[in-house]
Design a protein around this ligand. Structure first.
Ligand code: UD1
Ligand code: UDP
Length: 399
């Protein structure tokens, strides 16, 4: 009899990273896959499901404007409990560190269903940053039966927390599977002006910001920095696909709307976004997923955060943490735009996060967990993995 696996997800980044797992589960002859979404995000989630041709069997549709963390948590647990009772899956798969992910893990755990945690073991070592994601991923680690660590660094974090190493498998991150599949399709832009921009050869700085701890004053500084950069660099185009969160738009728009060389768009479809990423000169972001994707495409990434749970590309030199101070953002972007040597130092194509086979390894690890498969080789150890691990051990845990 087929084992029933229920992937549970709710936001854009989870959808992108779970899509290759859904495909691989469906392609395997061992599993029946019951896709369940919470609808923590709506348009941004649907965009991804439609790109990857995934029609969820269950959709809790919980989203509310300006929703609260506890609202998302309680609605998710209540909705999932009924579905888990009806479907009785052999395992659930949750991804990363969103509230959907941790609520999904808890709902399954309370029902005695094994939890598979994809993208396990990322740690910033600061419980309040990113908030609440660092807490979410630590909580999920306590409940999971199988931890799928993307890299050796993340595996080592879990081992240091005394989790059983036999329950950890290094798979690589499925975001690279998704990226490699989509970027080669060269998806056309819906908006002809974006098509024209990419064709023009003009230098592009791609910007995204949404982190909860950046909302308010830090995001105001980000917006002011962008306005100053746009004025100082009229020959460069700044492209900012706006997150749907009104708390983000309320702060950004009054400061940057109307500048001729700042292109503001609705969230781009994943195909469009990765194409824009590929066409960009510099990436300025506070996103987790973008930190993983841009290094694969050889794009320097300036991360508007004080810390990161993704140290591998920082060690390799392609990602730099710059925080959210207005002047520091202006200086850091200007340096990359003005100094070809500084640019060349950062523009290295590296793949610390995956090789495109993470979903395959994920499915093999689930098969082993459920007694229908053997252990298979892990994602390889890379030099910058080791360097980053050394860096991480020097940082006090819990500091
Ligand atoms: C969530 C995740 C965060 C992840 C981010 C990815 C948590 C706690 N946070 O944060 O880890 O990095 O998603 O983008 O799980 N909205 C819409 N339509 C959408 C999506 C959002 O209108 O498709 C608006 C709604 O008003 C919603 C608000 O955005 O209330 C915030 O969404 P929410 O999922 O609570 O927080 P994010 O900041 O998106
Ligand atoms: N992304 C997208 N369209 C956009 C902006 C981002 O498809 O307009 C993708 C991006 O390639 C990455 C993911 O969304 O894979 C990151 O999502 P987000 O920054 O919202 O969340 P995080 O990764 O920070 O949790």
């Amino acid at each position: 009899m087929l084992k029933k696996i229920m992937p549970i997800y709710g936001t854009r980044p989870e959808a992108i990273k779970v899509a290759p797992i859904v495909r691989a589960l469906e392609d395997s002859n061992l599993f029946d896959c019951v896709v369940t979404v919470t609808g923590q995000h709506r348009e941004m989630l649907d965009q991804v499901n439609s790109l990857f041709d995934i029609s969820p069997q269950y959709d809790l549709d919980i989203i509310e404007p300006r929703q609260t963390l506890n609202g998302v948590l309680t609605k998710t647990i209540k909705g999932l409990d009924e579905i888990l009772d009806r479907e009785k899956p052999d395992a659930v798969v949750v991804q990363g560190d969103t509230t959907t992910s941790t609520a999904g893990a808890r709902a399954a755990f309370y029902r005695g269903i094994p939890v598979v945690h994809a993208e396990a073991g990322l740690r910033s070592h600061d419980l309040y940053s990113p908030f609440p994601e660092e807490a979410n991923r630590k909580l999920t680690s306590q409940l999971a039966a199988l931890h799928l660590a993307p890299t050796r660094v993340s595996r080592n974090n879990l081992v240091r927390e005394n989790l059983n190493s036999a329950d950890i498998v290094i798979t690589g991150n499925t975001v690279i599977d998704a990226l490699l599949t989509v970027v080669e399709k060269q998806v056309p832009f819906e908006d002809p002006s974006l098509e024209e921009l990419v064709g023009s050869g003009k230098r592009i700085v791609l910007v995204t910001t949404h982190r909860r701890e950046n909302q308010g004053e830090p995001m105001r500084q980000i917006a002011r920095a962008l306005a100053r950069l746009a004025q100082a660099k009229p020959e460069v185009q700044f492209v900012l696909p706006l997150h749907r969160n009104p708390a983000v738009r309320d702060v950004l728009l009054p400061i940057i709307e109307g500048a001729a060389n700042i292109t503001l768009t609705e969230p781009l479809s994943y195909g469009e976004f990765t194409r824009m990423l590929d066409a960009s000169t510099v990436v300025l972001t506070d996103s987790g997923g973008v930190q993983e994707e841009a290094p694969s495409l050889g794009k320097p990434v300036l991360v508007m955060r004080e810390n990161t749970e993704r140290p591998e590309a920082v060690s390799a030199g392609t990602v730099r943490l710059i925080g959210t101070d207005e002047q520091r953002i202006v200086d850091s972007v200007s340096q990359l735009l003005n100094d070809p040597l500084a640019y060349a130092d950062m523009a290295n194509a590296i793949n610390p996060y995956g090789d495109g086979l993470a979903a395959e390894r994920t499915v093999a690890a689930i098969a082993k967990l459920l007694g229908v498969g053997e252990r298979t080789p892990e994602f390889g150890s890379l030099d910058f993995d080791v360097m980053a691990a050394e860096l991480a051990t020097k940082r006090p845990v819990g500091a």
